[in-house]
Design a protein. Structure first.
Length: 413
């Protein structure tokens, strides 16, 4: 079972839509595909004790508990301690259905802060607001807070907080859509809590209020330093295909091409784990990491970049234009450099990449590989070695050859 909170965020945020301190069962968290103990260790949830009321109990007293006798069966013994007892013997109940956890807003948002690029604010935030941090994006420093209860006077509260904290704007995250109205010059945005897929709080929606033209500029090739911070990428692989998800939507491209997937994965690893804000020499797309690549290499790299952009343009993503998809890859005119235009906190690597399998053999079946296919697979292997060097995954075997396409298998560092 996964030990990260990734698949639990939608469940936890759904609880916060109702209250800032919610109780949920051990079984409920397990059903989300997460180890509850891992969330306790990460301080996202706290243990809230044991609670069980046998159907036959009429006493309302704390029961006697037997944790050890049938521990291996995952059940807890419960007996009545009243005199006289309202039921005799032991009732054996599933442990995971009787242990409870506490979901508090401050703990959940503390766990979500790094996933959304939030840094500590360094200023006290008065009640009823909860500090989430400050967001440094688009040349702005913006305060982000949580307001769990919406009622009369929301506009006055937000204006007072904005005046107190300063900076370039205020994003107020709220449990549901609010009707409060603010003038553009007040630089206050109310953003309703999203479903939490991938841990995203969707804070770019607030930034769009402050700078409505940013998305258009970020999608232009004239602005290579502008991040498309409204795009989230997730890389995964399955037995039948590679998987690129964009804003939670399973993209139609990159399914069978080991080379194209490895190229985009290398750019993603460079942005997430590398230096120089993810900028790489364009020749890195074809596995040439020389400081000054030859002219012939540059020509091949330009063709590789065109193919990569064409693949991004081969599908559609709800809510994104073709220009915004194209801007996932940024190039710096005149320098020969390329990078992923998605900020590091919006890039996620699925655990399935630990057991990477090449798709070319399945594509061609028993047919003989062409020289171009051999060259492409070797290029993909070199790129995956670079991904491994950047720390995204590590091979369990030595570098593969095109004649042994099933290797390497991958494991976490």
């Amino acid at each position: 079972m996964p030990t990260t909170a990734e698949s639990a965020w939608p469940l936890l945020l759904s609880k916060l839509r109702r209250t800032d301190s919610a109780q949920l069962s051990w079984a409920e968290v397990q059903a989300a595909g997460v180890d509850p103990q891992a969330l306790i260790d990460a301080r996202v949830l706290t243990y809230d004790g044991f609670h069980h009321e046998p159907a036959d109990c009429e006493c309302g007293v704390e029961p006697n508990l037997d944790w050890s006798t049938r521990e291996t069966d995952g059940v807890v013994g419960v007996s009545c301690v009243a005199e006289p007892a309202c039921f005799r013997g032991w009732a054996w109940v599933p442990r995971h259905e009787t242990e409870w956890l506490r979901c508090r807003a401050r703990d959940v948002f503390r766990g979500l802060a790094p996933l959304n690029g939030l840094e500590p604010l360094g200023q006290a935030v008065p009640s009823p607001f909860l500090e989430l941090g400050q967001l440094r994006r688009r040349g702005l420093r913006v305060v982000v807070v949580w307001l769990g209860v919406l009622g009369y006077g929301v506009e006055t509260l937000c204006r007072g907080l904005r005046a107190q904290l300063g900076l370039d704007g205020l994003i107020v995250l709220v449990p549901r859509e609010a009707r409060a109205q603010f003038r553009p010059e007040e630089r206050i945005a109310l953003v309703d809590l999203p479903d939490g897929e991938g841990g995203s709080l969707g804070l770019s929606r607030g930034l769009d209020v402050f700078d409505p033209g940013y998305r258009r500029r970020a999608a232009s090739r004239e602005h290579p330093d502008f991040d498309v911070d409204f795009i989230r990428l997730r890389f995964a692989t399955r037995a039948d295909r590679h998987v690129l998800s964009i804003n939670g939507h399973e993209f139609d491209g990159f399914k069978k091409s080991d080379v194209l997937f490895a190229q985009l994965l290398m750019l993603a690893a460079s942005r997430k784990q590398g230096r120089r804000d993810g900028w790489r020499n364009k020749a890195a797309l074809i596995g040439d990491f020389a400081p000054r690549p030859a002219d012939a290499t540059v020509t091949k790299a330009n063709r590789a970049l065109e193919n990569l952009r064409a693949e991004l343009g081969s599908g559609e993503v709800p809510g994104l234009t073709e220009y915004e998809l194209d801007a996932i890859i940024k190039t710096e005119r005149g320098s020969g450099r390329v990078r992923l235009g998605v900020p590091p906190e919006n890039i996620n690597f699925d655990a399935s990449l630990e057991t990477f399998e090449w798709k070319l053999p399945a594509t061609i079946g028993s047919g003989k590989k062409s020289a171009a296919q051999d060259d492409g697979l070797l290029r993909a292997i070199i790129l995956l070695d670079e991904v491994q060097r950047l720390g995204v995954a590590a091979p369990t075997t030595a570098r593969s050859s095109p004649d042994d396409p099933a290797r390497p298998s991958w494991r976490s560092r």
